[in-house]
Design a protein around this ligand. Structure first.
Ligand code: CUA
Length: 343
């Protein structure tokens, strides 16, 4: 083998190994970095399963190696084969192996059953209810306004108060999706025509990432959402801000954008509370500028990202139902400025 080819292979192997090792370094979306009661229970079960399966696997490898060495030594010494049907030691060792396997499986099944029961019986008084609806490919999220009792809509960003249980009521408008915030809880299918619900009790404050976990079409991978776990006081403030209608635009550029968004084509699909825009098919934009990302976790929120998304959504997310909106440069800038101002 020539040296450049060998070096390329070494580099390739090193980069694969590094990617594999570093891939686990982020704990933004990780089931092995639990930040909630339910995820903690599941992580304990995972650890038990890893230990039990790991020990049995190691035992199998040790005995396999030992047998291979014995057979090889006897063959080279021209001795008779090891397996003798009348050998009582063989029957005994088969019994021990059988007992180990049955015992290990019984332990895992019992632990799995008990974890499931425990998760189902977690105290759920003072539950906050949130409706989450899966769409190809984004999440509609609705909170009940404690002041008025009305539903407040947002999209692709779930806020959870720390130390409280939030019950997420799941629905789908089209195909089967799966709701998963690995740091906080297990995953649950989101099925059209069926009401599923999942309890989340986070206890670590911070940002996390949720992801659709069931293949649901071309942009399944771009069906993510941001999750913010915050103190109950911060959560109450956030909810009160989300409940408010959009503030009127003060600067001329945003005002121009407001006129285009709320009276033009955008209003057919999007709502901006407090304006004539009341479209239902797409995400509510009342406070879109306060969100961390756009297009279901596809792009980080910025004026440039908004402008790029509006100009050619199908280039960024092929298959999306969002059409390109033909706008000249000044109008596109005004629309992006307006949307960014909707905090
Ligand atoms: Cu929705 Cu995958």
């Amino acid at each position: 083998m020539d040296r450049p080819a060998a070096m390329t292979r070494t580099r390739l192997a090193a980069s694969i190994l590094l990617t594999w090792l570093l891939g686990g370094c982020t704990d933004l979306q990780s089931a092995i970095s639990p930040a909630g009661e339910q995820a903690g229970q599941l992580f304990s079960l995972l650890q038990l399963m890893t230990w039990v399966c790991g020990i049995i696997y190691a035992l199998v490898l040790v005995f396999l190696g030992w047998t291979i060495v014995r057979v090889w030594k006897r063959a080279s010494a021209d001795e008779a084969p090891l397996v003798d049907p009348a050998d009582r030691g063989l029957s005994r060792s088969m019994l021990v192996w059988g007992a180990l396997i049955v015992g290990g499986l019984t332990l895992l099944i019992t632990a799995s059953f008990l974890t499931d029961r425990h998760l189902a019986s977690l105290p759920s008084k003072e539950v906050l209810r949130v409706r989450v609806t899966g769409h190809q490919w984004w999440w509609r999220i609705a909170y009940r306004d404690p002041a008025t009792g009305r539903w407040i809509e947002t999209a692709n960003e779930l806020h959870l108060p720390s130390g409280r249980t939030t019950r997420v009521e799941l629905g789908s408008s089209d195909v089967i999706h799966s709701f998963w915030v690995p740091n906080v809880a297990g995953k649950l299918d989101v099925i059209p025509g069926r009401a599923n619900s999942l309890d989340l009790t986070p206890h670590r404050i911070g940002w996390f990432r949720g992801q659709c976990a069931e293949f649901c079409g071309a942009q399944h991978a771009h069906m993510a959402f941001d999750v913010k776990v915050e103190s109950p006081a911060d959560f109450t403030r956030w909810l009160a801000a989300q409940a408010r209608a959009a503030a009127p635009s003060t600067d001329p550029v945003s005002a121009r954008g407001a006129a285009i968004v709320t009276k033009g084509a955008c209003a057919m699909c999007h709502a901006v509370r407090g304006t004539p825009a009341a479209g239902r098919p797409g995400p509510d934009l009342t406070h879109v500028g306060s969100r961390r990302s756009i297009a279901a976790g596809t792009l980080t929120m910025s004026r440039g990202a908004l402008q790029g998304w509006i100009a050619n959504p199908k280039a960024l997310k092929p298959g999306t139902t969002m059409p390109a909106v033909p706008l000249d440069g000044a109008d596109a800038n005004a629309v992006a400025a307006y949307l960014e101002s909707l905090k």
